[in-house]
Ligand binder design. Structure first.
Ligand code: GRF
Length: 197
């Protein structure tokens, strides 16, 4: 059975697009029937449409966190989702939610995330900017399993990139984003690559 993935994204969605393109070019590894967003205005919706994927908008509005997550779970059931790939999803999932995706054999949840730093450095928001403003000579990208902490789960892959003398925040961030695209796909290959007969 090919694992069914939902990508969760809150905004731009460039990682989501990159992962979907990888799945389309490499059939038989993962299926991504749906992109879920918590923002009706998110650009990722347009990307999902261009890539002929379903999208689901689940804004929190005045729902409690529990109600919001339960609305999300209903959607995931509708698509029989096995795994969640977080890609710029700006919400912290509750441990109840994460436990629903816990895989005993793996000892991890079937939820992965990409974070724009060399974790455990710079967890949380604006990590490229914080590293840049600190004058860090390098930063990096981490793909990790999601646990109930913030950016604290087991690493799947981590890689650094250098800061160059003439970098602006923009060139520095772009270098990081390009590494994100590469590393997310490598992490997917590491976790799911089918063995050729
Ligand atoms: C990326 O830097 C990702 O690592 C972080 O949020 C950003 C999302 O960018 N979690 P995009 O929406 O994939 O373009």
């Amino acid at each position: 059975m090919i694992p069914k993935i939902a990508i969760f994204a809150s905004g731009n969605g460039s990682n989501a697009e990159n992962i979907i393109k990888f799945a389309d070019k490499n059939p038989g590894i993962i299926n991504i029937p749906v992109v879920l967003t918590d923002h009706a205005e998110a650009f990722v919706i347009q990307r999902a449409q261009n890539l002929e994927r379903s999208y689901e908008i689940v804004e929190r509005g005045d729902m409690s966190k529990r109600e919001h997550e339960s609305a999300i779970l209903n959607i995931l059931e509708k698509y029989s989702i096995d795994w969640i790939f977080l890609a710029g999803f700006m919400r912290i999932l509750s441990s109840d939610f994460i436990n629903r995706f816990y895989n005993r054999l793996l000892g991890e949840s079937q939820i992965i995330n990409i974070h724009p730093s060399l974790l455990p450095k710079y967890p949380g928001l604006n990590s490229y900017k914080r590293a840049f403003d600190d004058g860090a000579y390098e930063s990096g990208v981490t793909v990790h399993f999601v646990d109930s902490g913030v950016d604290s789960g087991t690493h799947i892959l981590q890689q650094s990139f250098k800061r160059y003398k003439n970098d602006t925040l923009e060139t520095f961030t772009n270098r990081g984003m390009n590494l994100e695209y590469k590393l997310y796909v490598e992490a997917i290959e590491k976790l799911f690559k089918k063995v050729e007969a």
